[in-house]
Structure formats: structure tokens, C-alpha cells
Design a protein around this ligand. Sequence first.
Ligand SMILES: [Zn+2]
Length: 340
Amino acid sequence: MAIHTVLGELDPADLGPTSMHEHVFSDLRLWAKTGDDGIKWEGPIGPEAQAHLRWNGLHTPDNLLLHDPEVAVAEMEAVKRAGGGTIVDLTVNGMGRRVADLVEVSRRSGVPIAIGCGYYVEEMHPEELASMDVDAIAATMLDELRDGIDGTGVIPALIGEIGTNHPPTEAEWRVVRAAGRAGAESGAAVNIHLSWRGADGLVVTEALIEEGVPADRIILSHLDERLDEGYHDAVAETGVVMEFDTFGSEYFYSTKSRARNPTDVERLTFLARLIEAGHGDRIVIGCDIWSQGNLIRNGGCGYEHLFRRVQPALEWACGADAATVEKIMVETPKRLLDRP
Ligand SMILES: [Zn+2]
């Protein structure tokens, strides 16, 4: 068993408090709304843009690009100062993955970074995926899990985030099943990105279990973007790992559509319910940072938010005891990232 990071194998004892869902580098400008239903920020992106970006998250394409290694190192150094351990970067193929730069950022900041593999939503699938069947797609993931990514020698710790829309498209279903097959064969955990627009966690879980992934190695992302008690309870029943991973993002994507993130207070309230019901051993958390507005340098909460503010709030806002906090921050990430 081993925990693979961009700097090689990490002793599980050194994992520390872990954010299970981040993007150190990513390019999600595809989500930008460049039409007439929003106002673009015309100036430079800095703290002065923060208020605008909080209310118009998707209207400035540059907001959706994380590309600067110098900035990434500074943000990771803040993680270290806040007592953070490891960062899991789930920027997969097609999302602006930059493996060589991650190696550099991890080495310079001293923060271990574990990464995923696979494919995001269909809009970002590489062209060749359209003609590949489930086994052929699974083979691409198994290659990376065994031999590393693109000749860098960097081996992913897990599979995902695997992208799904609501409802998942035919191409996304093929990738979900491929991730399931690759997960079953390799023993790697599988993380699924779910759309806030639907409650697809249950059907996706069913498919992954059918492909042979044990429930406790399935991680469902973004459950805090769909705050629905009945849905959360049904997901908890299945035995999968529930991920609340957008702490620190309190944005209107667009005021015209009224689409917005929940607030941290709402996230903590729903998390408290699950912890109280005894599900503390199947919860992991993160900030899913993917925009400039999220960064400390631009007046956002930064990756450090999870360790500096959310981790203590698990006790004072969610009623978690010290053992449960340790499970959420360290033990469950360790179990999920450690693989044959
Ligand atoms: Zn996601």
C-alpha cells in the first residue's frame, strides 16, 4: 500500500490534515458566461475585484484560470502556516492539468500534493474519447495509475474528479463505468463530480458498485452544493464517502440566473446533521478552489481556509468530538488515498 504524491510515495503517518478536493492549476474558462447576461470586470484581478467576482462569478473568463506557479507557491505556504497537511488536486485530463508545475510547487512550498486522473464533464472530454468504449477508457486510467502521467513519473493517488452533468450524458456514463472498472482493478478510490442541478449521486453509486468498487471507496463530490436532507440521508445509507468540498465559496455565479453557492453557515448546518446522525466516519471536506476570486491574494479565503477556520468549526459549529475531527481531516483521507 502507498500514498502517491507528485514528489513520490508519502509515509501515511505524514499525511496530516487533508483537503480532499482542490485545484492548484486549472483552466475552467469554458464555464465563462460571455453573453449579455452579466457584467465583466474590466480592471486587473486583485482584491479590488473581489466584491464584483462574488456577485458575478462566471462573467470574467480570467477569473476561471489558475495558472501562476509563483501565486500557487504563496497560497500553499499559507496552508503550511495554517497547520494544513496534504492537498488533493483533482484537476484531471482536459481541465488544465500541469503535472510538472505541481511538482515544482510542492517542492518549493513543502506541501505534499496528491493528484487524481480520469476525465471531467463531457464539454471537456478529449476528442478521442467519443469513439472509445468503457474498457479502452479504463485502460487509459490504469496506465496512469501504474506508470504515471505523460512520462513525468508522477503517479495519481486516486481516480477523479470524474465529471457528470445532470443528467449524466452517454459519454459521461462510459467514463463513470470506466472509472469503476479501473477502481475495482487497481484498488484506487473514485471521486465523482456531481452537478448541483440534480440528485444523481444514487444512480452513479449504483453503477460504480456494479463495476466492482466497494462503497467505501466511492467519494461523492459537491454534496454541499445540493443541500437536501432527504438526498443526503439516502446517500449516507449507501455507505459511500460524502464530500462537502466548496467551503469558502459564497458566490453568485450570475445574478441573472440567481444561481449561487451555499454559504459556509449553510454547509456547516447540513454537515452537523450528518455528524449527529453518526456518519462522521464517511465524510471528507475541501474548498474546491478553481477561481482567482478564491485566492488570498485577491481577497478570497484561500486553500488555508479549510485548516484555519473550517477544521475548528467542525467542533464548535458541528458538535464533532476530537476523534471525529481526526477521522474527517486525517484518517478517512489516509484510508482513501492509501492504495495497492
Ligand atoms: Zn467538481
